[in-house]
Design a protein. Structure first.
Lengths: 271, 264
């Protein structure tokens, strides 16, 4: 082994979430909607919502070191913290285009545990016995920033522990690639990422990705609107508003809106 | 899902294309950041009222089943609460609840075997040509009474076209797709297709939209068709009050009429 694996060795680490204050919520919302590739957004979001991981303070570097499956598991858990009651989803049939609704329990998404050798898989290849680490967030980010390359061989170059991994990734045969692919799948934890069903309109089989970035996190606009309401009504600063629990901020905003509606209703009732 | 493990990672990272659509939270119509609608309070009041009236006139969409015991009442205001995380929609729903007495909808008979997990066709509405008041459920107390004729006419006017289809099972695809320990087409899903079953981590049970099939399904073919009935739609028209002015001429006679009617 020419280099040590960089993937975090714990597949499902103990998580200490940040308190549900406005600061964390706004940071998560901005991370989720940033104009960046998904892996970069995932790193920023995990850094925004997780305080400690296995007693280590959360950092972007630690978020990158987590295996891809671990990151998806954490992203789903983070989404459940923001939207715990979310069970109804919608998608369009890719055959007939009709919209359909389905009920899905995000807590029940199938989760495959890591293999015993996690985070490293050893594979007999045509070039000899080679070690590969389970793909992590850093690998995903590197992959997202490159276009035009064969993504599978690029991942083999990134995950290979050999000093000549980049060069060997181009020399592996297709059979080597398939063996390494299967070995990495066996050793890596993974969360189910799609839901299969049958289109109620045309009867064809449909599958849809379950991506928490599509539904799981708050939008900055709503938070900023509540900040605006509280700041304009009470004269509080943004820092003070974001320092309070998100639920309290939401309640204050609802009260202000109710008062405003009541006032506008009274004005409308006047001749 | 036939993509290999590394291909799935590449797809997630955006380095490889994927034709698979993504689920969105129902009611949001896509990712929260993708919404371009105006917030509810920024929309004109007229549009909001128009939307509420349009909703009242439209057939009710497929709703998740509710366990309320009074759900079998043939005519009632819809108790179902559509799941939405959109604060604008929540606000509008609260307003709608305040105006509850103004909007009456008829709840379609609930299919007794309908489980919770299943895709449902969106807003399927019945075919007006196939609707018949005789096919609708009547309370036991009114079972022997003929419906009023004007109500029949209203029911026929309040229908809209579309035909429903049966809905099948849903299953989260386990990691690894068909090669994984829990293949999508294996026993769990097959069991789910045979009928309602407890929700497990790998299966979801099928269900039918409440208005697609009812207890009258085994009867005549016309009875199998869905029916949506709007018993009554009341529209509150808000007019600014006229400025006060001294009563004279026609106003005086109006006042006399009002007093007369008040005595009655």
């Amino acid at each position: 082994m020419d280099r040590q694996p960089s993937t975090h060795p714990v597949a499902f680490p103990a998580v200490a979430w940040r308190p549900a204050l406005g600061t964390a919520e706004l940071a998560a919302a901005e991370a989720a909607t940033a104009a960046a590739p998904r892996p970069q957004r995932a790193t920023a979001l995990l850094d925004a919502v997780i305080e400690r991981l296995e007693d280590a303070p959360m950092t972007p570097e630690l978020a990158r070191a987590l295996s891809c499956g671990t990151r998806e598991w954490l992203l789903h858990r983070a989404a459940l913290r923001f939207r715990p009651d979310l069970t109804w989803f919608e998608a369009n049939c890719d055959t007939c285009g009709a919209a359909y609704d389905l009920s899905l329990d995000l807590r029940a998404m199938p989760l495959r545990p890591a293999g015993a050798a996690f985070p490293v898989a050893w594979v007999e290849t045509s070039l000899g016995r080679r070690g590969f680490e389970a793909p992590n967030g850093g690998h995903e980010e590197a992959l997202a920033g490159e276009a035009g390359l064969d993504p599978r061989r690029r991942l083999l170059a990134l995950c290979g522990l050999s000093a000549a991994a980049a060069e060997e990734a181009l020399r592996f045969t297709e059979a080597d690639c398939a063996r390494i692919d299967a070995a990495l799948e066996e050793v890596s934890p993974e969360l189910g990422e799609a839901a299969a069903s049958t289109c109620p309109s045309c009867g064809s089989a449909v599958a849809a990705r379950v991506d928490p970035f599509r539904f799981g996190y708050p939008a900055p606009r709503g938070i900023l609107r509540e900040i605006h309401l509280l700041a304009s009504a009470y004269g509080w600063s943004q820092e003070a508003i974001l320092a309070m629990p998100a639920a309290r901020r939401r309640n204050y905003a609802a009260l202000i809106e109710r008062d405003r509606q009541a006032r506008s209703g009274r004005r409308g009732a006047l001749p | 899902m036939s993509a290999s493990f590394l291909q799935r990672i590449a797809i997630r990272a955006g380095a490889a294309p994927s034709a698979m659509p993504s689920l969105a939270a129902k009611g949001l119509g896509g990712a929260p950041v993708m919404r371009a609608e105006l917030p509810e309070e920024e929309a004109p009041e007229v549009q909001r009222v128009a939307r509420r009236i349009a909703r009242a006139a439209a057939p009710p969409p497929a709703e998740p089943p509710l366990p309320e015991p009074d759900e079998k009442a043939p005519v009632q205001r819809l108790p179902a609460r559509r799941l939405s995380t959109d604060p604008d929609a929540e606000k509008e729903r609260a307003e709608e609840e305040e105006l509850g007495p103004l909007l009456h909808r008829a709840a379609a008979p609930e299919s007794p075997e309908r489980p919770d997990k299943e895709p449902t066709r969106r807003a399927a509405a019945p075919d007006p040509a196939t609707l018949s008041p005789e096919d609708e459920q009547v309370p036991e107390a009114l079972a022997h009474e003929p419906p009023p004729r004007d109500l029949r006419a209203l029911r026929r006017d309040a229908t809209s076209p579309a035909a429903p289809a049966a809905a099948p099972a849903t299953a989260p695809i386990p990691p690894g797709g068909s090669d994984a320990p829990f293949p999508a087409g294996a026993a769990p899903q097959a069991a789910a297709e045979t009928g309602p079953a407890p929700v497990s981590p790998f299966t979801a049970t099928p269900a039918l939209p409440p208005f697609l099939e009812g207890p009258a399904a085994p009867q005549a073919p016309a009875a199998e068709r869905p029916s949506v009935v709007i018993e009554q739609v009341e529209v509150l028209i808000h007019e600014p009050a006229a400025p006060a002015r001294p009563a004279a001429g026609a106003d005086r006679s109006r006042l006399v009429r009002a007093r007369y009617l008040g005595r009655l």
